[in-house]
Design a protein around this ligand. Structure first.
Ligand SMILES: [Zn+2]
Length: 636
């Protein structure tokens, strides 16, 4: 362990002596937020699923330029930190060049990478209208007697002295402050809490004039962070030869700093030339100048109907009041074809309108959902039965938008054909005890509703099968034995799911967790649930979608062993979502460490050991609840 401490010390000394390197806090902030917010991982998974569907869809040619209203919150202690309007405007200018591929330094892209250059069709404006519809400069200033803010999101909280975000469904919030710690900026990825959504940039890394100095004086820190905010990862995937979830970027082995000469070769498989000029690398401002087509598609997925889709309908860039005069407020708003879960809302056309922003919300729920449409009617789906909804509509004209119409309300029908006798069972702690060998009916009534059930096995019948049938929507299931996840059933678009847990050596309490994928629900129709116990093993139906995650509890496998170039590992995530895999040599020196994030699809991982010297190593798997070690041998 002594060697390890020495290495750590020398690393800290090294890191402290290099202060002109880019350092972005986004991944550390993501790790913290995932720990603090148990629902965030699942929300991010759903966004990933939407992104993959978007990447496969024929979206090309259907897009338009999205203009994102920006509010800049300047939180300062010194006059230098209270940056000028000119400095703020210079940053908006950089963003509008970088996200439209209009930046002059684009000519520095090597010929072989030029086909990858993307116009992301995203623009930015300083907000002209605040969330209350009042005129604004889009700049919000606040003196706070605090020298640095760190990356703990305090600057985003009024209760901590900072400034609360404006409605992030309508604005990109940028906080400019002294972050400290050598961090240039950090962003929140899509899927995070709306209370902390946006990006934070150090006052001396923002824009191209005023408080900035080389090598971070070209406004690229904000371009990079807004890339994260639109769901881009670092180009090296934050691990050795990791994936940035984009197909057209070369695999980088690690971050690049400074200004690498072209060509700079990756050490990863195939040794491709690295795209060091990409905004999502760590190079200096003057040496990053492009997004790729694949990165554009990923960003557009969250903007075009994804989790940031409402920004397109935001009136934030328009002066308040629809001062243009040519764009009247829509009239004739009404709802028809009302069912338990849907309704058609329509209104009269407005002369000169290019599109309309329709907003709706449940009467009891404060936040509007905004839909931008060129039609004068819209079919709302996925509504909750027996619920009153508010609607209002606004005409969008060139230059100005009208005021919103007066609200019109409608109430969905009851229509429920089953009674959910198990609510409230939304947490494991409130799981309802259910009988085995009995067909049950239960209901997922809202986008946030989930169901937890529990039952015990007996010494005579230790094998478990759980079937869900007649699913009215895309429901999925996880099965836990005590605190250990033992099976997952996440089929797409089927109307049944099945989990099996065989070879249980002891009796225990099992928990069934039922949830709607991506907010799937049906307030009117129940699903069926049946638990069966058996003395003999259950056979699976052969469906490849079924996977028993963890037939042996706490199974931690590494193969082949001895290994030559690659080790496959299988880790038990149990009820954790992340863990750390660390490899030590026999002297206790840390050779390799990586954070792994778990899901049904990714409990198996590969580690490249081709650069390891022959010898014995210890592989450690650590989560909040387990700490397991395997010995592995590497021979060439
Ligand atoms: Zn970053």
């Amino acid at each position: 362990m002594k060697n390890y401490i020495l290495i750590l010390l020398s690393f800290l000394l090294f890191a402290g002596s290099v202060n002109a390197q880019r350092n972005c806090g986004s991944m550390e902030v993501l790790d913290r937020q995932l720990k603090e917010d148990p629902g965030m991982f699942e929300r991010m998974q759903n966004i990933e699923k939407q992104t993959q569907a978007y990447e496969k869809s024929s979206h090309l040619g259907q897009r338009s330029v999205v203009v994102i209203p920006v509010v800049v919150h300047v939180v300062y202690q010194t006059s230098a930190q209270n940056i000028s309007e000119a400095q703020i405007n210079s940053q908006i200018t950089v963003l509008n060049a970088d996200f439209r591929a209009l930046n002059g330094d684009l000519s520095g892209v090597p010929a072989e990478f030029q086909p990858l250059i993307a116009d992301s069709e995203v623009e930015f404006c300083l907000a002209k209208q605040d969330p209350n519809g009042l005129a604004t400069t889009g700049i919000n200033r606040k003196y706070v007697n605090k020298s640095s803010w760190g990356t703990n999101d305090d600057v985003k909280k009024l209760s901590k002295g900072g400034i609360n975000p404006w409605d992030p469904t309508k604005y990109l919030n940028i906080w400019v402050c002294n972050i400290g710690g050598g961090i240039l900026g950090y962003a929140q990825f899509p899927g995070g809490s709306s209370a902390t959504d946006g990006v934070v940039i150090g006052y001396n890394y923002f824009g191209t004039t005023g408080a900035v100095s080389p090598p971070f004086d070209k406004g690229r820190t904000a371009t990079h962070e807004i890339g994260h905010w639109l769901n881009l990862r670092h180009i090296w995937g934050d691990t050795n030869c990791g994936s940035d979830l984009v197909n057209d970027t070369p695999t980088h082995n690690a971050a690049n700093y400074g200004c690498p000469a072209f060509p700079h070769y990756s050490t990863c498989s195939g040794t491709p030339k690295e795209l060091t000029m990409d905004y999502m690398d760590y190079t200096d401002d003057a040496c990053m100048f492009m997004f790729t087509q694949g990165q554009k598609t990923r960003m557009r997925a969250v903007l075009d109907g994804g989790s940031r889709g409402s920004l397109a309908g935001s009136p934030g860039c328009d002066a308040p009041g629809g001062g243009g005069g040519s764009c009247g407020t829509p009239t004739g708003l009404g709802a028809s074809n009302i069912t338990a879960t849907s309704a058609t809302v329509s209104w009269s056309a407005v002369s000169g309108a290019s599109s309309y922003n329709l907003q709706y919300k449940a009467n009891a729920n404060g936040s509007w959902t905004t839909i931008n449409t060129t039609s004068t009617s819209y079919g709302l789906t996925g509504l909750t039965a027996s619920t009153t909804y508010n609607t209002q509509v606004q005409a969008v004209c060139s230059g100005n938008s009208s005021a919103y119409s007066s609200q019109v309300n409608f109430t969905t029908l009851s229509g429920s054909n089953c009674t959910d006798v198990y609510e409230s069972n939304n947490t494991k702690a409130t799981a309802k005890t259910i009988p085995v060998d009995v067909n049950l009916k239960a209901l997922i009534s809202t986008t946030t509703d989930v169901d937890w059930f529990k039952f015990n096995t007996t010494s005579a019948k230790k094998n478990v099968k759980v079937n869900m049938t007649t699913l009215p929507a895309d429901y999925d299931m996880k099965l836990y034995k005590n605190n250990t996840l033992v099976a997952v059933s996440e089929n797409d678009g089927t109307n049944d799911e099945q989990c099996i847990s065989n070879n249980n050596s002891s009796t225990g309490t099992f928990y069934v967790y039922v949830y709607g994928w991506n907010g799937a629900k049906d307030a009117s129709n129940c699903y069926n649930l049946l638990v069966t116990l058996s003395a003999s093993n259950f056979r699976t139906d052969g469906s490849e979608d079924f996977e028993s995650l963890n037939p042996v509890e706490n199974e931690f496998l590494a193969w082949p062993n001895p290994a030559q170039n690659e080790i496959n590992i299988k880790v038990p995530f149990e009820n954790q979502i992340t863990g750390d895999i660390t490899i030590f040599d026999v002297t206790g020196k840390m050779i390799y460490t990586q954070k792994l994030t778990g899901s049904k699809q990714s409990s198996n991982f590969k580690i490249d050991v081709s650069n390891f010297e022959n010898g014995l190593y210890f592989m450690n798997w650590k989560t909040n609840t387990s700490n397991l070690v395997q010995r592995v041998i590497v021979t060439k």
